[in-house]
Design a protein around this ligand. Sequence first.
Ligand SMILES: Nc1ncnc2c1ncn2[C@@H]1O[C@H](COP(=O)(O)OP(=O)(O)OP(=O)(O)O)[C@@H](O)[C@H]1O
Length: 256
Amino acid sequence: MSLLELDRVSKSFGGVKAVNSCAFTVEAGSITGMIGPNGAGKTTTLNMIAGELRADTGRILFDGTEIQRKRPHELARTGIARTFQLARELGRLTVMENVCLAPYGQRGESLMWSLFGGKGARAQERGIQEQAREVLATFNLYDKRNDLAASLSGGQKKLLEIARAVMAEPRLLLMDEPTAGVNPALRDRLLEHIRRVNEQGLTVLIVEHNLSVIEELCDDVIVMAAGTMLKRGRLAELRRDSDVMAAYIGGDNVGS
Ligand SMILES: Nc1ncnc2c1ncn2[C@@H]1O[C@H](COP(=O)(O)OP(=O)(O)OP(=O)(O)O)[C@@H](O)[C@H]1O
């Protein structure tokens, strides 16, 4: 069963057709990879699914419902989360504060209301703190809970990004280059965490240039080229595919 479906989705920037009648599905329970040369339209596609960009034409369906007109906070409520590089200002908050703040932004609730809004809000706040402690423990960040987020290593920041996304209990997690800037030791741990959240029922769509990451995580890989899906399948097959090789010429090396 597909959890996500793109139906002939297009997006232009001025004269540039970044995404051109792109169609694919993401199966529920999968870790689906998205690869392709620079400028193929991967990030634009992810941004449209997350609601940060609006498609010019076409439909995006999440669990059978059209979502192409929804905003990011509405999509978060619907069950779509995205990892974000830690914003500079969040670096000045502790790890715990970062994770506790995530649901407010993602569920579109007002932090001020929650902090000053009476009993119900305080109970909710306690619930969130409890959930945050669990999530931090899961991501091996509990011991770091009182450290400033800015003091974490690159890999720990990536774990925090996922922890923040998971706080909203999404059904689909969108990730753009989750291992960029992560050292090899932490990289393996990061992949384990992604696998684990997937085993717990979260469907994952990953854009990644590092093909060894795709190989380790994804059975199903979508190749984007010139704004649309060129091929999909297992990475080993795609590496032998002459159309895929041709699309990469002048771009990245699919053999790396
Ligand atoms: N905001 C924008 N304004 C103008 N052009 C854009 C914008 N965003 C993307 N583009 C163009 O759209 C095309 C697709 O870009 P996109 O970033 O989606 O590709 P990508 O596959 O993610 O590339 P990369 O692997 O290099 O990140 C490119 O030609 C890019 O220059």
